[in-house]
Design a protein around this ligand. Structure first.
Ligand SMILES: [Zn+2]
Length: 107
């Protein structure tokens, strides 16, 4: 890995690289944070943090397939955060499927 002398802050650059990697993966398919975490080798929590950032950076091109309740089918459409909700507001079930993410093609 080459280091440019003007940018000594490796962690920041690693974040950049990871985000680019995540975006590249999401351009091809729809994936959950868990799947992404396995693919890039960071924790699910870190993936979600990056996704929050990517969501802002891409101006709405990050497409979120909302969490859904397996019991009653309720879809968490209005949810702004990328994190998975804990419980269904309709039936109180905790059987919630993870939200999935993809990035729209173009630019
Ligand atoms: Zn429900």
């Amino acid at each position: 890995m080459k280091e440019r002398p003007k940018e000594p802050f490796v962690p920041a650059r690693r974040h950049e690289t990871l985000r680019r990697e995540l975006v590249a993966l999401l351009r091809g398919e729809t994936l959950t944070a868990k799947e992404l975490s396995g693919m890039v080798g960071i924790s699910e929590k870190e993936v979600l943090e990056h996704l929050e950032h990517i969501k802002t950076a891409l101006h709405g091109k990050l497409v979120v397939t909302p969490s859904r309740c397996l019991e009653c089918g309720f879809s968490f459409q209005k949810r702004e955060r990328v994190k998975k909700p804990g419980r269904c507001p309709v039936c109180r079930s905790e059987r919630i499927v993870d939200p999935a993410f993809s990035v729209e093609a173009g630019d």
